[in-house]
Structures are given as C-alpha cells and as structure tokens.
Ligand binder design. Structure first.
Ligand SMILES: Cc1cc2nc3c(=O)[nH]c(=O)nc-3n(C[C@H](O)[C@H](O)[C@H](O)COP(=O)(O)OP(=O)(O)OC[C@H]3O[C@@H](n4cnc5c(N)ncnc54)[C@H](O)[C@@H]3O)c2cc1C
Length: 496
C-alpha cells in the first residue's frame, strides 16, 4: 500500500476516539485522527459534558488512586461510599429493562476502574464531584448515585487533556476533515474517503476505528428512526454527529444493533439554540426537578418527578416533555427548596418567572392554563405526606397520596413565596441505536462475521442502552470500548 497514511485511522476526536488512538499508539501503531469539526469546535459531545464518569470503586482508597492529590482533610470530611460492580450491573439491567447486551455490559463494568486509571496515567486529571453529586450533612460530604469523579475542567478539560496526551505521543489530528465513506480492498477495510476544504480524497491505513458519534444532530434521521416530533428537539451537543459512521459501516454490510428508536434526552432550556453552545456547555440542562413539580400547557403534572435519583430519571424525561402539547413544560419550585437548585438555574440564558403570590405566578407561566395550574397546586399541597421527613440525600419516601400521578420522593408543598418557574423543552443528548460489535470492538456484518479492518467505539455502538441510561456511562463506555478498539485495531493492522 504505497500511499498509506498511518497504521490506524480513527474517525472522530471525542473521548472514544482519543482512547482508541492512545491505545493503538501504545501498541506501536502510527495513528491519524480525523475530525469533521474545525479545531475551535472539536471534541464532539465529549467536550459538552460535565466530564462526570461512572466507575466501579471500593471506598476512599480507590478514589485516592484516581485522584492522587486528594488532601487528608478532604478524605476526612467525605463519605465516598462505594459503587460496586453489582450496583453497576444492577443499574444497567434495571434502567435498560434488561435488554443491554450482557457481554458488552460485562466489559463496561469490569474494565471501568482499570480504564479510568489508564486514562489518568495518560494525563487525564480527575476530581470528586463535590458540587453536584454530594450533599453536606453534619459537616461531612456524602456521595450518592454512584457518580463520584469528573475530569478536571469538565468536558472541555477532558478533551484538552486527551488532545495534549495524543499530540505528545505523535498522534496526528486533521481538523475540518469529514469522513465520507470507507474504502475496501476485497473484504478488508483499508481506509476512508474524506472531504477536507471542499475536496474529496482517499486516505489509506491498515485499520479504521469509527468513533464519530450517533445521529442526534441529524434532524432527518431523528424523524426517520425516533419518529415525530423528534425533528423539533434541541441538540444538546455537537452539530457534527450526523450518523456518518453508522451510515458508512451499514453501506459495506455492517449489522445494526440496539435501540434505534431510543435516545438519551433531558429537560433543556426552552429557548436554547438548535445545537449546543460551547460557551454555555451543559448549563442549559435543568436537573433539579426532583425537588419541584413539572407542569404542562394544560396546567397539569404529567410524570413522577421523584421516581428515583436524578441520575436514573433525567435521561428519559426529555422524551416525556417532548410529548407534551407545545413540547414544553415549566419546572416549579418554592422558596423552601431554592437552595437545592443547581448552578445551571443561575445562568443568564434562562427562561424564568417569579412571583410573590401563587395567583400572580400562575399568570406568568407563559402558555399554561392558569386556572388548571392553581387547581393542580391546591390538590398537590393537600396530597403531600408532610409527616415524612424531607431528605435530599436519600430516597426519602416523602411522597404524595391519592393523586392521579403521585410523586414518590422529595415531595414538598408549594406554598412559600417567592415561587419560581423555569421553562424547559427536550434536549437530545445522543442516540442509542448503532453498530454491532464483538468483545474486541470489531464491527460485525449481517452474517455475524467481523468486517476485517473495521472497529467501533462510543455513541455509535448499539446494544448497550435501551430506554434509559445511568448518568456518566457515556464517557465510560467510550473509554472502555475506545481502548479495546484501539488495541484491537493496532493488532489487526499488523496481521496480513
Ligand atoms: C451536554 C451534554 C452533557 C453530557 N454530560 C455527560 C457526562 O457528564 N458524563 C457522561 O458520561 N456523558 C455525558 N454526556 C454524553 C457523552 O457526551 C457521550 O456519551 C460521549 O461523549 C460520546 O463520546 P464519543 O466519543 O462517542 O462521541 P463524541 O464525543 O461526540 O465524538 C464524536 C466525534 O466525531 C466527530 N465526527 C462526527 N462525524 C464525523 C465524520 N464524518 N468525520 C470525522 N469526524 C466526525 C465529531 O466532530 C466528534 O469529534 C453528555 C452529552 C452532552 C451533549
């Protein structure tokens, strides 16, 4: 192959792609990464994240391994708890209604700690998520929900550290270079056709890793596979994830896999732009709904805001908001819980109303039937089990009773002004359907045979997530399967 550009080409430059590139380089392969975005917008959805990563750990010692610069004072004032492999398996099983591929889940769970530690060794610095995943009780931070560490600097920090790690190791990155098609020699994938600065040309390699995201930023595919009205959803992250990797692989006979009609979608600022804004990042999300109530245009509640910890409900509630008339809802809080609202409620780009009486507040909720809303609040206040203590750190069982839709935890009366409302719509994060891979991250064809020279990792892998998703698993899945894909591709590149 005369014009071969590298042993391994990695398509994409998000978390999964960097992990693949670093793993391939570690095995001695020369690696070139292709990124559709210009450098200023590079890094995919990974860059939009908070950098929170779900990982199995056994107490403070494991956290200290991941975060070596933790101080004795921090360790002394923190209850990190544990997040066992059993809990991770249970979360994946329960949330995906036991449809997740057990072989993929086993790799995800059992390799999570070692993979994150490997990323740390490559230069990714981590810290505990004191702000969002721990509440302070009696002077001690207590972590909850199995999500305990994040990258320093969040998603932008993660991408910057991974980019630096790649560049230090001689891995090339071509920005503004969109992969269009896979090149084959016989049955073997031997490169990609790309478009760079308006011109198409071919780049050849011994192996190709696809790590270029799902189809969340493609309105036509969203409508085609998720159904209407998904064309109306806002895109939380990168505008570059338009399903190219999936399309290219299917075109040469790859098998599809997973929940093609499913996706991760959250409550998102109603007036947010069509795609993510790197200056705002994930702050358009509105994740404190477990402490309030959600109201639709008809002035009614329509889901159990306190069904579970936020980490286990947020990814499926975007869809339910999208299904409401006008595709919007108002999150309503009173003064009693205001101190629990996350930072994202205090950004400038927020659609917020406040009032000192509930009647005045009802008039301010744009698009909502005010009389029906007042009736809902009256009925709500009478239904809250105020005899049960409110505790935001545990599923407190402080519920409502006898409502058509009850709240299971964290129910509080709405009676203490000022009242606050935040308008939300649906923001899609990433799609669940994708390609079928095996335990070596090789892409399988429709006859279940590996397509020679083709590997995949990250969002475009199907079979892991169905219906719902435990927060922080996207980065971990990209890391685990990226690392496997990179190592396999390097090994594959050496074989004839
Ligand atoms: C706002 C937001 C917050 C999130 N928060 C978290 C969190 O805290 N924790 C967590 O675990 N997950 C989070 N997620 C989910 C997480 O971002 C993804 O699961 C994960 O980053 C996916 O990584 P990836 O490498 O597969 O894709 P991406 O990071 O999206 O990378 C895909 C890359 O491929 C490039 N690309 C696309 N098409 C082409 C093409 N044809 N040619 C070349 N390049 C191409 C893109 O430009 C991009 O660089 C969040 C997502 C969003 C949007």
């Amino acid at each position: 192959m005369l014009d071969q550009i590298a042993d391994v080409i990695v398509v994409g430059a998000g978390n999964a792609a960097f992990c693949a590139a670093l793993a391939a380089q570690e095995q001695g392969a020369s690696v070139l990464m292709l990124e559709a975005a210009p450098e200023a917008e590079a890094g995919g959805n990974s860059r939009f994240t908070a950098g929170a990563i779900r990982v199995v750990y056994d107490g403070a010692d494991d956290i200290r391994t991941l975060v070596p610069d933790l101080t004795a004072a921090e360790i002394g004032t923190t209850d990190f708890g544990t997040y066992t492999a059993e809990q991770f398996y249970d979360d994946m099983g329960r949330l995906t209604q036991h449809r997740a591929d057990p072989d993929l889940v086993e790799l995800l769970v059992t390799r999570s700690f070692a993979t994150l530690n490997w990323m740390r060794e490559k230069g990714v610095r981590l810290i505990p998520i004191y702000g969002r995943q721990a509440f302070k009780i009696d002077g001690r931070f207590k972590f909850w929900g199995g999500l305990t560490v994040e990258a320093v600097g969040g998603g932008p920090g993660l991408v910057a550290m991974l980019t630096q790690a790649a560049k230090q190791r001689g891995i090339g990155i071509r920005y503004r270079t969109r992969a269009l098609d896979l090149l084959q020699h016989g049955e073997r994938v031997e490169g990609v056709r790309v478009r760079q600065d308006g011109a198409a040309h071919d780049l050849r390699a011994h192996a190709v890793v696809l790590a270029c995201g799902g189809f969340e930023a493609n309105a036509e595919w969203r409508t085609r596979y998720l159904g209407p009205p998904w064309d109306l959803a806002k895109v939380r992250g990168s505008r570059f994830n338009t399903g190219d990797g999936i399309r290219m692989a299917l075109a040469i006979g790859a098998a599809s896999r997973g929940n093609w009609s499913g996706c991760h979608a959250v409550q998102w600022e109603m007036n947010a732009p069509e795609f993510g804004d790197l200056a705002v990042g994930d702050q358009f999300q509105k994740h404190s709904y477990p402490f309030g109530i959600l109201i639709n245009a008809a002035g009614r509640r329509f889901l159990d805001e306190g069904a579970d910890f936020r980490n286990y409900t947020y990814a499926k509630y975007g869809r339910i908001v999208l299904e409401q008339p006008g595709q919007f809802a108002w999150q309503v809080f009173d003064q009693k819980v205001k101190h629990l609202l996350r930072d994202e409620y205090r950004i400038r780009q927020v659609t917020k109303v406040a009032a000192n009486t509930i009647e005045e507040f009802a008039q301010k909720l744009d698009g909502v039937n005010a009389a029906a809303f007042l009736a809902t609040v009256k009925e709500w206040n009478a239904a809250v089990r105020t005899d049960i203590a409110f505790d935001p750190n545990v599923k407190d069982g402080r519920c409502t009773q006898a409502l058509a839709i009850n709240k299971s935890n964290w129910a509080n009366t709405i009676d203490t002004p000022p009242f606050e409302g935040y308008a939300v719509t649906c923001g899609i994060t990433f799609t669940f359907g994708g390609l079928r891979i095996d335990a070596n991250a090789r892409v399988l064809d429709t006859d279940d045979r590996p397509i020679r020279g083709l590997y995949a990792a990250g969002e475009l892998v199907g079979g892991l997530f169905y219906f719902n998703y435990p927060g922080g698993t996207g980065l971990m899945s990209g890391a685990v399967f990226g690392k496997i894909a990179g190592a396999s591709a390097a090994a594959g590149a050496k074989s004839p």
